[in-house]
Design a protein around this ligand. Structure first.
Ligand code: FES
Length: 182
């Protein structure tokens, strides 16, 4: 070992090691925090597992937990339209009908204009997109542009108290046309 390399190994390397270790620790901590913060977000967009004997996807709440009919109806009143994670993790409205039952169809909340998530405005009794003002009626049919199409439908089935979301391939009952999303 030369005198120079001996100097490096005895002085610089340990200090670099400490610095790298501290960098790693800082990075690791920051990464851990970031990943922890991102987990619910990432989970929100993850494809969902199927459930139930008849296929379909378990509707999940914002924490990623499958919802049940009983639990949902204990928190959501008739007329309610609230979001769950639906097919492919898409934000999907579950509708509680006026008779207190969960509707057999849900609405994909992605605006058909440029893809903003459209909130339900219970005061106006419409879905109103905050991005460019498109409006959809209580069943998600477009009533004001610039959105060109109604919100996509999904089947909502109850199996053993589980709430399952399934692809809607049949005629769109709002337009009597083939579904644009299928
Ligand atoms: S994205 Fe909804 S109106 Fe433009």
């Amino acid at each position: 070992m030369t005198e120079l390399s001996s100097k490096i190994s005895s002085q610089d390397v340990p200090s670099m090691g400490r610095r790298q270790f501290m960098n790693l620790l800082t990075f690791g901590t920051a990464t851990g925090v970031a990943l922890g913060a991102l987990y619910p977000v990432a989970n929100y967009f993850m494809p969902l597992r199927t459930g139930g004997s008849g296929g379909g996807t378990s509707a999940k709440d914002e924490l990623g937990n499958p919802i049940t009919k009983t639990g949902w109806l204990s928190d959501h009143q008739p007329g309610d339209r609230s979001l769950v994670q639906g097919l492919k993790g898409d934000p999907t409205y579950i509708i509680v009908q006026n008779d207190g039952a969960i509707s057999n169809f849900g609405l994909n909340a992605i605006c058909t204009h440029l893809g903003c998530v459209v909130p339900w405005d219970s005061g106006a009794n419409k879905f109103i997109c905050p991005c460019h003002g498109s409006q959809y009626d209580t069943n998600g049919a477009v009533v004001r542009g610039p959105a060109p199409l109604s919100l996509a439908l999904a089947h909502v089935d109850i199996e053993d108290d589980s709430v399952l979301v399934k692809q809607w391939n049949e005629t769109d009952f709002r337009t009597n046309e083939k579904p644009w999303w299928a």
